[in-house]
Design a protein around this ligand. Structure first.
Ligand SMILES: [Zn+2]
Ligand SMILES: [Zn+2]
Length: 117
């Protein structure tokens, strides 16, 4: 086997392992009924709503293609007063992305379980 062939085979193995790992992770999450950790999370900031929702990156990409620079609308109230959110590492629920208002003296906490984000 030539050196180039060895490099090509090694590269293919690494890619295959990465794909398998990603698929396994997705399967595990789906089996538990958990939101896919690779989804983008959003929260609605409209008064009286506060709904959180998730979009796959494929859905998000399709939305941005049609509405560049806009936020995806809330599925509950239809307003686009939505903000990017993240998943709490402790309880897995959707929480607003920590912003600049948090200093090192008051680290951001999950509003659901109170654990640090
Ligand atoms: Zn809403
Ligand atoms: Zn939490």
């Amino acid at each position: 086997m030539t050196r180039q062939a060895v490099v090509a085979v090694l590269g293919a193995v690494v890619v295959a392992a990465g794909v398998a790992f990603t698929l396994l992770r997705r399967d595990t999450g789906a089996a538990q009924g958990e939101p896919d950790p690779t989804d983008s999370r959003w929260v609605c900031a409209a008064p009286g709503c506060g709904k959180d929702f998730a979009l796959t990156f494929a859905q998000l990409g399709a939305f941005y293609a049609d509405h560049p620079g806009e936020n995806p609308p809330c599925p509950a109230c239809g307003k686009s007063e939505t903000a990017r959110a993240t998943a709490c590492p402790s309880c897995g629920r959707t929480v607003p992305k920590p912003g600049r208002e948090h200093s090192s003296r008051s680290p951001p906490k999950c509003p659901h379980c109170g654990k640090p984000l």
